[in-house]
Design a protein around this ligand. Structure first.
Ligand code: FES
Length: 571
């Protein structure tokens, strides 16, 4: 046992009235005092919810964690936090990421917890839990929920990226509504999150690369019994982490963040990775800027052949060796000595890894694609940056100048995109404004906007699309996202008009509007807001306080942490 006094003893070790109250109400659950008094009390922060289908198996997973905690001599207490399901929540789960993180932070700090296990799955459930936990900074380990099994439809493998393909096929008349209905069940055929390298998978890889989980956590399928085994082992490990006082700030160093950026490039991770990693860095107090995503990943090729950048699925990645095999391939680029929750340097975690399928995990010498990572663009259209994912884009459009076809907001886009009279061709650049953090509000995943129906019918499959919004990690195309400052914050994107010439040049990392600085300023003087200005409630708080995308879209007042001390301590 560590010399350090257990945090939970401030509750359960007290005498008099306070101790009576703290212990008595635990006993009403039929738990004797020796179970929780003097043992590491471990919170299991559970995002189980039937409204978050990706995490619907988390009660079972929590049971495995509990067994591990008991076995190691700790006491588990499971508690719910706000759960963000990507598919059902309107208007967008991102609007609530910061709210969920506040729930997590305050729940951990306010309760008699010595350590925490975070159960993360669907996209936002990972960053929100890690952000909240960082602001408290006690020993913490992540157990991810795992991806669904690969979907099977008409004899071929499918997953979430096919939703976009099916949608375009239906709109252009190549697929019927009935066929779509059949495909729905064929795709989601097991528990777990999206099976491509979308945002949920990216977040799970980020977690493992940061050192916040045990090795192999990212890729074990949700339905595989080894997922429960890992949960059990994680439960055992967190008890030791409490004894070692191994806190989040010991693991989340600047080097750990750079490792995550390198791994993200090699796996072809989601563009959402940037926004969430910046927010996590802000909470733990590590200096990280959007430019670091370019510099740290420089020269890292794409190794993992997974959709949407490639062909395979998360199940295949696990059978090929998982993230330890990927990290072993990246060994020469990584900071090997960063400490992980296993208590060992990260290099120890992948030392014995092997790759069993080079078609899924390529070598550094012969990568799957030289184009990797996320490109940060700069230019007069995005002075603070914009991002794109070259591996999921069309090489023919990487250097492109076209006339803007502008949509003032999402409603305008929906009303006019399929208008046969819309003045658009395959060389046009679609510009969608007012879908940023403040403008939507909540920065939805609408950046990979569907192409005009009349062009789809002509066989056009990709166009340059620009917005201040985000894109689903399962999406693809030549899509420029996270334009900052956004339109609602007075960014240049707000003054783009139909017919303006825009040049995207991925090689030189620029995005340029053919307009002089003087003309831009002149147009800005006549700008009218074209987004809702919210007057009350959480959405008001969000719109007033959310920072721009290039800073992680966190609330300014949530940056950093308040530690684990309870501010006023009386009953
Ligand atoms: Fe939950 Fe894709 S919808 S991960």
């Amino acid at each position: 046992m560590s010399e350090k006094k257990l945090r939970s003893s401030e509750w359960f070790g007290r005498t008099g009235k306070d101790g009576f109250i703290y212990r008595s109400w635990m006993k009403n659950q039929g738990i004797p005092a020796h179970e929780f008094k003097g043992k590491p009390v471990i919170g299991i922060c559970n995002t189980w919810s039937e409204l978050t289908p990706c995490n619907a198996h988390f009660r079972e997973l929590a049971e495995s964690v509990k067994h591990g905690i008991y076995e190691a001599g700790g006491f588990p207490v499971e508690f719910p936090v706000m759960s963000l399901g990507e598919t059902l929540i309107k208007p967008t789960a991102m609007l609530y990421r910061n709210l969920a993180s506040m729930d997590v932070e305050e729940s951990i700090r306010a309760n008699p917890l010595d350590g925490v296990v975070l159960l993360c799955g669907c996209d936002k459930t990972t960053p929100s839990l890690i952000m909240g936990a960082c602001s408290v900074n006690i020993p913490t380990i992540v157990v991810s929920g795992g991806a669904m099994l690969t979907g099977k439809y008409e004899g071929r493998d499918i997953s979430t990226s096919d939703v976009w393909r099916f949608s375009e096929a239906q709109r252009s008349g190549r697929m019927t509504e009935e066929e779509m209905n059949v495909a729905e069940a064929c795709m989601s055929r097991s528990r777990g999150h999206c099976a491509v390298m979308g945002t949920a998978s990216t977040m799970a890889v980020m977690t493992e690369a940061l050192g916040l989980s045990l090795p192999e956590n990212a890729a074990i399928p949700a339905a595989d019994s080894r997922r429960k085994l890992l949960a059990h082992l994680s439960g055992m490990r967190i008890v030791d982490m409490v004894k070692e006082d191994l806190k989040l700030s010991d693991v989340l160093t600047r080097e750990a963040f750079e490792n995550a950026i390198i791994a993200n490039a090699a796996i072809g991770g989601s563009t959402n990775f940037i926004i969430h990693l910046l927010a996590i860095a802000g909470r733990i107090g590590v200096e990280l800027t959007i430019d670091d995503f370019d510099t740290a990943a420089k020269g890292v090729p794409l190794l993992v052949n997974l959709q949407p950048s490639g062909k395979y699925f998360m199940e295949d990645l696990y059978y090929a060796g998982g993230i330890p095999a990927v990290m072993k391939e990246l060994d020469s680029l990584l900071h090997r000595e960063t400490i992980t929750v296993s208590g060992k340097p990260i290099a120890e975690n992948y030392r014995n890894a092997a790759c069993y399928n080079r078609d899924v995990i390529a070598t550094i010498a012969e990568p799957f694609n030289q184009l990797a990572g996320i490109t940060v663009l700069k230019g007069n259209l995005c002075p603070n940056g914009a991002v794109m994912k070259p591996s999921a884009a069309n090489t023919a459009l990487m250097q492109h100048t076209g006339k803007a076809v502008v949509f003032e907001n999402i409603e305008d886009y929906k009303a006019r995109i399929d208008d046969p009279l819309l003045d658009v061709d395959e060389n046009s650049v679609l510009v969608l404004k007012n879908v940023g953090p403040q403008g939507y509000p909540g920065m939805p995943e609408v950046g990979n906007m569907s192409l005009p129906k009349k062009l789809l019918e002509k066989g056009v499959t990709d166009m340059v699309r620009i917005s201040d919004g985000r894109m689903s990690g399962t999406g693809f195309g030549t899509v420029v996202l996270h334009v900052s400052p956004e339109a609602a914050a007075g960014g240049t994107i707000a003054i783009v008009q139909d017919g303006d010439l825009i040049t995207l040049d991925v090689a030189s990392k620029t995005l340029h509007l053919a307009l002089s600085g003087e003309d831009i300023e002149k147009r800005k003087q006549n700008m009218l807001p074209s987004y809702p200005q919210v007057q009350r409630g959480y959405t008001w708080l969000y719109q007033q306080n959310v920072e721009q995308a290039h800073l992680g879209a966190d609330f300014g007042f949530l940056k950093g942490g308040s530690g684990s001390e309870v501010l006023r301590d009386s009953h």
